[in-house]
Design a protein around this ligand. Structure first.
Ligand SMILES: NC(=O)c1ccc[n+]([C@@H]2O[C@H](COP(=O)([O-])OP(=O)(O)OC[C@H]3O[C@@H](n4cnc5c(N)ncnc54)[C@H](O)[C@@H]3O)[C@@H](O)[C@H]2O)c1
Ligand SMILES: [Zn+2]
Ligand SMILES: [Zn+2]
Length: 341
């Protein structure tokens, strides 16, 4: 049986094609896709800057839908369940998989690759172990937000600094704004957000940021220093790519503070390392999520966390190209673009 799929066929070019419906393995379920999200990392594929994915490739990894078929050995999922998918699974027995760190497994399988189709399709197959059920009150769109929310959960859970007086989030796109939401729930007193788009700055203020600064117009480091009485922030999260972003993060952070890198910056950018030495700062990376982060994000959404504000555009599959263009060029006020099938 055939189905429609949205593929990036060339740089900045999406085409809708008919492909074969996946054939289910015994441990898999088949999902009739309802909504999928356009993610910053889809933009990397679209722009030709992705670290390993090259066109042609099916887009997407953020999904919600209905289970319409189950494999022979599936026990915990039923036909009719409304679900989302943790879009990664590991070998199951390496040192990382055994600790629930599927994100670090060397044999990790992710959508949009030779081993697993992307989610911008009418029917998506996924192993039972990657399935999370949605409560009846949770919309498909909110279910689709669980994946980027899990990225934000991990970005914050990776920090070891105990103080929560001030957090700086560089970049208030979907990931930055979701970090803001998670940080407020975790009890950060002051959160300073930056973005080059006015709409995103307004969104950050609406969702509890103490300050929202355009780095092209204001001095981010000076504002953070002023807010913290000269001390600096406890933690800075990098959720945007720019050539000065590492230095900016480090300059915002206090002595013994931490810098979490979430943005996928695939080109080399300069970094003044003396600053991190002089202040004994720590830098960490946050790669997608461990399974427990995804569980936490799913629980937050199933408990009623409302992220509807961040869904600024909804389109159909035929308009996938337009959805990517909107996010890529930031012409309109945009945070998260969703595709409804
Ligand atoms: N580590 C992970 O597992 C993971 C997961 C998802 C996304 N990401 C990465 O995180 C980054 C953010 O993702 P997103 O979905 O929020 O993307 P996005 O495009 O929605 O957001 C990026 C934001 O940064 C802003 N920006 C641009 N230049 C800036 C600057 N100099 N200072 C401050 N803000 C600036 C943009 O206006 C935009 O709002 C991307 O690089 C993405 O690939 C990483
Ligand atoms: Zn994503
Ligand atoms: Zn493994």
């Amino acid at each position: 049986m055939k189905m429609k799929a949205a593929l990036v066929t060339d740089v900045h070019k999406v085409s809708i094609q008919e492909i074969d419906r996946p054939v289910l393995k015994d441990d898999e379920v088949l999902i009739k896709v309802k909504t999928v999200g356009v993610c910053g990392s889809d933009l990397h594929l679209f722009r030709g800057t992705h670290a390993f994915r090259k066109p042609p490739a099916i887009l997407g990894h953020e999904i919600a839908g209905d289970v319409v078929e189950i494999g022979k050995s599936v026990k915990t999922v039923r036909i009719g369940d409304r679900v989302t998918v943790e879009p990664q699974y590991g070998c199951g027995d390496c040192e990382f998989c055994r600790q629930g760190l599927v994100n670090l497994c060397n044999s990790k399988v992710v959508p949009g690759t030779a081993k697993w189709i992307g989610v911008f399709v009418q029917y998506f197959n996924a192993p039972e172990k990657t399935i999370y059920k949605l409560n009846d009150a949770v919309s498909y769109k909110m279910g689709t937000m669980i994946e980027p929310l899990a990225v934000a959960v991990r970005a914050l859970r990776r920090a070891t600094v105990k103080e929560k007086d001030c957090l700086v989030i560089l970049g208030a796109g979907t990931i930055g704004l979701l970090c803001l939401v998670v940080a407020k729930q975790m009890g950060y007193k002051n959160v300073v957000c930056t973005d080059t788009a006015e709409f995103n700055l307004a969104m950050a203020l609406k969702h509890g940021a103490t300050l929202a600064i355009n780095p092209l117009e204001g001095d981010v480091v000076a504002a953070v220093k002023k807010l913290t009485g000269g001390k600096g922030a406890d933690l800075a999260l990098i959720a945007a790519g720019a050539s000065n972003i590492l230095d900016q993060a480090s300059a915002c952070v206090r002595k013994r503070g931490e810098i979490g890198v979430v943005a996928m910056i695939t080109e080399k950018i300069p970094f003044y390392s003396y600053q991190i030495v002089f202040n004994e700062q720590t830098m960490y990376g946050a790669m997608t999520y461990a399974t427990k982060d995804f569980e936490e994000a799913a629980e937050m959404v199933n408990n009623g966390l409302d992220l509807n504000d961040f869904i600024t555009q909804t389109m159909d599959l035929e308009h996938t190209q337009q959805g990517l263009d909107v996010l890529s060029q930031k012409k309109d006020s945009v945070v998260k673009v969703m595709i409804e099938l």
